[in-house]
Design a protein around this ligand. Structure first.
Ligand code: ADP
Length: 320
């Protein structure tokens, strides 16, 4: 251990449980291997870390992520730095692409800010039933079962959820009757909040895909989200650039309203794989709004999504 390793600040008994500790921009982030620990031991560790790190001048906030054993059903998380960049759109189409490649896919819509999967997958208004106190996922027209925050709460209400409430809701969605589903694709809320932390603590994903538009601000936030996954030991499978290159429906000229190639450049800088580029296309928005996701299309419209699904599929194959 080098003398600059922040773990050297901790007593040995505590350091042995901490798999990573970083201090940056006033925020300390500790990742604790919580396998086999009870609630009491977990909160003791969390308190001890808060006490020790909180005494430092360079720490204003301490975050502790407890990583559990990985559940058997693999989870692929889809995240973004900010909202409105097409994360839900990619999630639905990635799920369809992975299903086409032979995975038994289920979709969890954990976006408390705007649960939109019931609209995209065309099963809005349908409610899941509970069996033995667990939810039964709702079938969708595209053949992918789905559970959404939108199924648990009226539109707009989940926004007020904090900490335990958001975490418990996520647990209900993931710990459900998924049957023979082997891959859960999870549409996370944007950013790095409570749902993401619960995700990592209770259901460690196999990997995460990050979506961004090409402009700088979205990219900076996406990089921050990537950092959270990385620190929690969840590998970032790669970055996707959405809303790149707009083809004018009148003259066909391609313009780049949000810039071009920014995500690929950022991926190279962050040393992360670049998974592909999805054009800004009215047909993508229209299809998503009427429950006909573009990945159902076997032509040019669906192609960028299937290319990305192929890369994620290959990554899963190499990391199982
Ligand atoms: P997020 O989940 O990041 O908030 P959404 O997937 O809900 O974003 O997308 C926001 C809006 O942009 C939706 O209306 C969606 O249909 C639209 N959209 C997403 N990607 C594209 C695209 N490549 N071309 C056109 N519209 C898109």
């Amino acid at each position: 251990m080098s003398s600059t390793d922040p773990k050297s600040l901790l007593p040995d008994s505590l350091a042995a449980r901490v798999s990573a500790l970083t201090i940056k921009d006033g925020r300390a982030m500790a990742v604790v291997d919580a396998a086999g620990l009870g609630e009491r031991e977990r909160s003791d560790i969390e308190r001890a870390l808060g006490d020790i790190l909180g005494q430092r001048d360079d720490v204003q906030e301490t975050r502790v992520v407890m990583t559990a054993e990985r559940t058997q059903r693999r989870i692929i998380a889809v995240g973004s730095g900010k909202g409105g960049v097409g994360k839900s759109t990619l999630t639905a189409n990635l799920a369809i692409g992975l299903a086409k490649r032979g995975h038994k896919v289920g979709l969890v819509d954990a976006d408390i800010y705007g649960p939109s999967q019931p609209v995209i997958l065309g099963n809005q208004g349908e409610k899941p039933v509970a069996r033995d106190k667990k939810l039964v996922p709702v079938e969708s027209a595209v053949g992918i079962p789905v559970l959404s925050m939108g199924h648990l709460v009226e539109p707009g209400r989940a926004l007020a959820w904090r900490g335990p409430m958001a975490g418990n809701a996520l647990t209900q969605l993931i710990d459900a009757h998924w049957g023979d589903v082997d891959t859960l694709v999870v549409d996370l809320p944007p950013g790095t909040g409570d749902v993401q932390l619960t995700m990592m603590q209770r259901f460690k994903p196999l990997g995460a895909v990050l979506v961004s538009t090409p402009q700088d601000l979205a990219l900076i936030d996406a990089a921050r989200a990537g950092q959270l996954f990385d620190q929690a030991g969840v590998p970032v499978i790669g970055l996707v650039e959405n809303m790149a290159g707009y083809a004018c429906p009148h003259c066909g000229e391609i313009s780049d309203p949000f810039g071009k190639g920014g995500v690929e450049t950022a991926a190279a800088r962050l040393d992360l794989p670049f998974l592909g580029r999805i054009p800004l296309d009215l047909a993508i928005r229209e299809g998503s709004d009427r429950g006909a996701p573009p990945a159902l299309d076997t032509g040019a419209l669906g192609a960028p999504f299937h290319d990305i699904a192929a890369k994620v599929d290959a990554w899963i194959g190499a990391h199982n």
